[in-house]
Design a protein around this ligand. Structure first.
Ligand code: HEC
Length: 109
């Protein structure tokens, strides 16, 4: 899944490889009510915006710091986040990665 690879490359440093969350960094995303209560459009809008730092936690950077991501990438990531609430989230499998070559991640500036 494309979104899975993007998540690992960009989001996992702060949210964990499987969205399990990292202490004092990104929130846990597995089975997140916050995520579940938002539409795909709202989640993409959130990812573009990020969230300012709070007293007890750092900021979520817009697009996870990858400003070159397109909406399409963000929707793919949102699709991956949806799988994190599933019963089999722990076993999200990587074997389907061969099919994602149609849209490579843009190279970093
Ligand atoms: C530099 C670290 C960092 C990166 C990279 C990052 N995030 Fe975050 N993210 C955070 C922090 C910090 C928060 C706020 C956590 C909190 O408020 O408890 C957050 C919050 C979120 C939330 C809201 C969760 C909630 O329950 O409020 C979502 C969804 C999210 N991030 C998704 C992503 C996605 C998807 C990516 C990759 C495109 C990403 N993040 C990349 C640090 C990061």
């Amino acid at each position: 899944m494309r979104g899975h690879r993007l998540f690992i490359q960009i989001c996992a440093q702060c949210h964990g490889m499987n969205g399990e969350g990292v202490d004092f960094m990104g929130a846990r995303l597995i089975a997140s009510d916050w995520v579940a209560q938002r539409s795909n459009q709202e989640l993409v809008a959130f990812l573009k915006e990020g969230r300012p730092a709070q007293a007890d936690r750092p900021a979520m950077p817009p697009k996870g710091g990858r400003l070159d991501l397109t909406d399409r990438h963000l929707y793919d990531i949102v699709a991956f986040m949806r799988t994190l609430g599933a019963d089999d989230a722990a076993s999200v499998d990587d074997t389907s990665e061969g099919s994602m070559s149609d849209q490579p991640l843009p190279s970093q500036p």
